[in-house]
Design a protein around this ligand. Structure first.
Ligand code: NI
Length: 135
């Protein structure tokens, strides 16, 4: 029997979506307001889920205090109050779309979660726009 446990978190960050190899017109057409050269911010909401067997000794799939600390150390400290394009090395040559941010978060957390367990990241860029990545 497998069961999924989840922890919510949030962070604020600025970004700009653009491709330096495209014209300004094309960047505007594809990325719209997100191509603002002066950047803009989002309040990102995150749900990190771990799926696995219940440990018969503890009754946990994973101690959520531990998951909370992993998110704090590897996600919030890396991304909160940052300009994603400028401050976060992963986005030096990668557009910080919600899709790519979710993959980067998953990659940061995966090494710290028991290999026998599944990891899922749901990232909300706005209350209505969200992406899900599970590897
Ligand atoms: Ni945006």
């Amino acid at each position: 029997m497998k069961i999924k446990v989840s922890r919510k978190a949030s962070f604020n960050a600025a970004h700009r979506l653009f491709r330096p190899d495209w014209s300004n017109e094309k960047n505007d057409a594809v990325f719209g307001k997100c191509n603002n050269p002066r950047y803009h911010g989002h309040n990102y909401d995150l749900t990190v889920s771990v799926t696995g067997e219940i440990d018969p000794e503890t009754g946990f799939v994973m101690d959520l205090k531990v998951l909370k600390e992993l998110i704090k150390e590897h996600v919030e400290e890396a991304l909160d109050h940052k300009n994603l394009n400028v401050d976060v090395p992963e986005f030096k040559n990668l557009n910080p779309t919600a899709e790519n941010i979710a993959v980067v978060i998953w990659d940061k957390l995966r090494p710290h979660i028991d290999k026998k367990k599944e990891l899922e990241v749901v990232l909300y860029e706005t209350p209505r726009n969200f992406v899900t990545y599970s590897g």
